[in-house]
Every structure is written in C-alpha cells, then in structure tokens.
Design a protein around this ligand. Structure first.
Ligand code: UDP
Ligand code: MG
Length: 322
C-alpha cells in the first residue's frame, strides 16, 4: 500500500464527508493505493456515525473510536500503530489542511528520500492570538532540538516514512514535537514543504488559551532532558550535586579558617550564625545531597524501566534471535 492517511479528530462531524471526498479524489487522480484511518478521539457529536457511514461505502476507510477524549497525541499514536502504507500522512480533520498536498509530500519521501516532511503554513489563517505565540515557540523549538530548517513544528499536515511512525512513541501532548522525537530516534533527514492553509469552516479550534503555550515549553524541556540524559540521569544530577555541595563545603571551610584566624590573632570570635557563609554552607550542602539522591533515584528508575534497552536498529544481516 502506498499511503496511509491518519486523521485524529474530536467533534468534527461537519467536515468529515467533505474531507473524505476530497482525499478520495486526490488518491484516485494520482493512482495511489491507500487507506484513510479516522481516529475518533472521544467525540460527543455525530462524528462516529459519519465515519461508520463512510466506511460502509468505501473499503479504504478505517476507523478507531476512543471511549473518551484522550488528546491528539494518543490519537496519532493509535493511528500510527494501525497504518500500513509506505508513507504515512497525518492531517487535521477540520479542512484547514489541503489533501492536494498529498502527492507532493509522498514524492518528497519516496523520491527525495526524506524521513519526515513537515508542512509549513506560511500564510496562516488563524487568529493572531495563536500565530504570535507559535512563532516564538517555533524559534525555541528550533534552538533546543537542533532542527534548524523547520518553521512550523506543530503543523498537523506531515508525511513520514513508515519506519519513522513505527519507531517513535507519541505520548502526552508530544504531537507538537514529532520531528524532535524522530530526530532523537535517529531519523534525521527532516524536510519542510510550504502548504496551503485555510480558515476553519466548521466547528471551533480545540487548542486555545495560554496554557497550551506554557505546556508546550514544559514538554520541550522534558524532551530535551530525555534526549540528553534520559539514559544517564546521574550525569546531570551528580554533576550539579557535586558543584553545589562543593560551594557549601568551601563556605564551611571559610568559617573554620575565620575561627582559626581569630584564635591566632586574639581577636574576639563572632558567632558562626553571624557569618553569611554559615547559611550558604548549610543550604548548599543540603541541596547538593538532595541532588545526588535525585541522581541515584533517577538511575534506579531508568535501570528498571522497560525501555532501558530500546535501541533503534536500522538493519541486520543474518542475525537470528536466540
Ligand atoms: N483533536 C483531537 N483530539 C483533541 C483535540 C483535537 O483529535 O483532543 C484534533 C482535531 O479534531 C483536529 C486536530 O486535532 O482534527 C487539530 O485540532 P484543531 O484544528 O482544533 O487545532 P488548531 O488547528 O486550531 O491548532
Ligand atoms: Mg485546525
């Protein structure tokens, strides 16, 4: 099969028939063999009925229905698990992404050998309250992830080589960072394609408000940490712990030296609690120890985690698992 289109959706019943017809048209015109996987993320409207109806008329339509609303990332995760096409294309269900981009994306993966191609909504038809934070956010994501050529990490329209979606695990709200997840897994040929974007015709946006922005940054930090120290937490906590503890230790040493000096010169000694170094020594040594403990705990947890020996193996020759 050439293409799997994975579509996560939450309350988008009005768009679905139009979207389906449009994708069908593009696929037939280009002679692709394909499947469309609708992942209904706990919609409370008629979305699932619509999907059932579409599936009854077309053998290309497949559907997954969540019992409740889990979020876009879990929906993508399950869609990825089910996908069988050589190229997997994700798009939003709200008709903001154009199915006309599918052939171009497909060829970038198959002929130009990209692992992942992300859409770039250069001309975006969303309110300013969405676009400005997004600009800032993308600039940070470019810096942290080191993927310098992407302008639009969170674009719903993306294409993947099948290997990519089978080897990354989208979780929480990490759909914003799939290119970064892919890069951490070793898929580093990541490209971008300028795509058309339209105003939302039906329903309303499911991602609004400032918390979306803050959560995005927090997730980015987690990803950075996992990618850099995920398999060796002691390296970061141990280093910080040593540093902080040393500051405390030196402070304590200064207090001792002060005492000896006073003794030697016969000047009256001041109380240790009168010295700022006392407080520095106290807090720093305590924090340093805590950091060390966090490192040990981190190592303990990562050593016992199920994924501790998950590595990306690209190819094997004559290896048989004993
Ligand atoms: N979506 C989803 N689960 C959710 C929220 C959103 O599957 O909990 C889907 C939604 O139906 C749409 C896509 O994710 O197909 C993108 O959402 P939306 O268009 O609301 O985001 P925006 O374009 O405003 O950023
Ligand atoms: Mg949208």
């Amino acid at each position: 099969m050439d293409i799997s289109v994975v579509i996560p959706l939450y309350n988008e019943d009005e768009s679905l028939p139009e979207l389906h017809a449009w994708i069908d048209r593009v696929m037939v015109a280009n002679n692709f063999s394909y499947e469309i996987i609708f992942v209904n993320d706990g919609s409370t409207d008629r979305s699932w009925d619509v999907i059932r109806e579409l599936a009854s008329k077309s053998q290309h339509v497949k559907g997954i229905k969540f019992r409740r609303n889990y979020g876009k990332s879990p929906a993508l995760y399950c869609g990825f698990k089910a996908a069988q096409g050589d190229v997997v294309i994700t798009m939003d269900a709200d008709l903001q992404d154009s199915p006309d981009e599918i052939p171009g994306l497909y060829h970038m993966i198959m002929d130009e050998h990209y692992d992942l191609v992300s859409g770039y909504k250069q001309k975006r038809h969303d309110p300013l309250s969405k676009t400005i934070p997004t600009k800032l956010f993308n600039a940070t994501a470019r810096k942290v992830s080191g993927i310098k050529n992407l302008h639009d990490f969170n674009c719903g329209l993306k294409a993947y080589r099948r290997d990519v979606v089978k080897n990354i695990e989208v979780f929480g709200e990490m759909h914003r960072f799939i290119p970064y997840l892919a890069k951490n897994a070793g898929f580093d040929k990541i490209g971008e394609k300028v795509v058309h974007h339209q105003k939302r015709q039906y329903g309303k946006s499911k991602f609004m408000g400032w918390n979306r922005f803050v959560n995005g940054y927090l997730d980015l930090m987690t990803l950075w940490f996992l990618g850099t120290f995920g398999k060796k937490p002691m390296h970061v906590f141990g280093f910080l712990g040593t540093l902080v503890f040393m500051i405390g230790f030196i402070s304590a040493f200064i207090i001792g030296a002060e005492k000896l000096w006073a003794l030697y010169c016969h000047i009256p000694m001041r109380l240790v609690t009168d010295s700022p170094f006392f407080y520095i020594a106290l807090t720093m040594m305590m924090i340093g120890t805590q950091l060390f403990l966090a490192g040990f705990l981190g190592d303990l947890i990562s050593r016992n985690s199920a994924g501790r020996n998950d590595y990306q193996i690209e190819e094997e020759i004559k290896i048989e698992q004993a």
